[in-house]
Design a protein around this ligand. Structure first.
Ligand code: NAI
Length: 249
């Protein structure tokens, strides 16, 4: 199956590392103009430069997606570069690891701001731009923790469950207007997000995946590109796991 996005403009948030980086690079290889957005602009520029080195169009942009004005600015950048056709709300953080009764209020607000509110801002500003561009496709990065819980991560689990719901709501609102929206639920993926974890914790996580390993960013990206493509034209409002069997038992 040859997935191509020639002539389309994509905005990927959190695109300087891990899953977002893999998606941005794959979109560039598939012919899309890619806005590589990240909190860390120099790292975003590296990814954008790699897209250009491979013959594609990569445009780096810095900023914190928890700020609605930043997200509005990213969408405007896409409008000035051909219009917004593809949107991947991917930026996310793990947050502190504490049980619900000990979780700091600041920690709660930051995780909700980055992992949930920023996804809403992407939709709030991105959807009008997509309508102006004649339609498009959205993928919101949830997690397996959008459908099951996890010890010591109340804010992350709550935000990811909400991302799944928000995705369904937007898909219903725009299903007959040429915009599809889906959520993706990766299990534990080998990216810098997990780099703070000790080896014993990683080994334990591996044991929770029936395939016997963590996933790769490339495996998540393959699903995201399919959902963004015309091959997925009848798929909207749904939540797609890429989890090595984590949620099967
Ligand atoms: P990562 O830490 O490798 O990359 C995340 C990127 O997002 C970083 O480049 C970071 O600078 C950027 N970012 C963080 N906060 C930001 C903000 N406020 N504004 C703009 N950019 C920001 O993480 P990874 O693993 O690639 O995660 C990407 C997404 O996938 C996240 O939403 C995460 O929750 C989700 N996910 C990751 C899993 C994993 O096991 N790695 C599993 C399930 C979901």
């Amino acid at each position: 199956m040859d997935i191509r996005f020639d002539g389309k403009t994509a905005l990927v948030t959190g695109a300087a590392s891990g899953i977002g980086e893999a998606i941005a690079l794959d979109l560039g290889r598939a012919g899309a103009r890619v806005i590589v957005a990240d909190l860390h602009e120099p790292a975003a520029e590296k990814v954008a430069a790699q897209i250009r080195a491979e013959g594609g169009t990569g445009i780096a942009a810095g900023g914190d997606v928890a700020d609605p004005q930043v997200v509005e600015g990213l969408v405007d950048l896409a409008r000035r570069n051909g219009g917004l056709h593809l949107l991947v709300n991917n930026a996310g953080i793990g947050g502190e690891g504490k049980p619900t009764g000990d979780y700091s209020l600041d920690g709660w607000h930051r995780v909700i701001d980055v992992n949930l509110n920023a996804v809403f801002y992407g939709l709030r500003f991105g959807i009008p731009a997509m309508l102006d561009a004649g339609g498009g496709a959205i993928v919101n990065m949830a997690s397996i923790l959008g459908s099951v819980g996890y010890a010591g991560s109340p804010a992350y689990v709550a935000a990811k469950h909400a991302v799944v719901g928000l995705t369904k709501a937007a898909a219903i609102d725009y299903g007959d207007k040429g915009i599809r929206a889906n959520a993706v639920g990766p299990a534990f993926i080998d990216t810098p997000l997990l780099s703070h974890m000790p080896k014993e914790k990683i080994d334990w996580l591996v044991s929770r995946h029936p395939v016997g390993r963590l996933g790769t960013a490339a495996e998540v990206s393959a699903l995201v590109l399919f959902l963004l493509s015309e091959q997925a034209s009848f798929i909207t409002g749904s939540y797609h796991l890429v989890d090595g069997g984590y949620t099967a038992p």
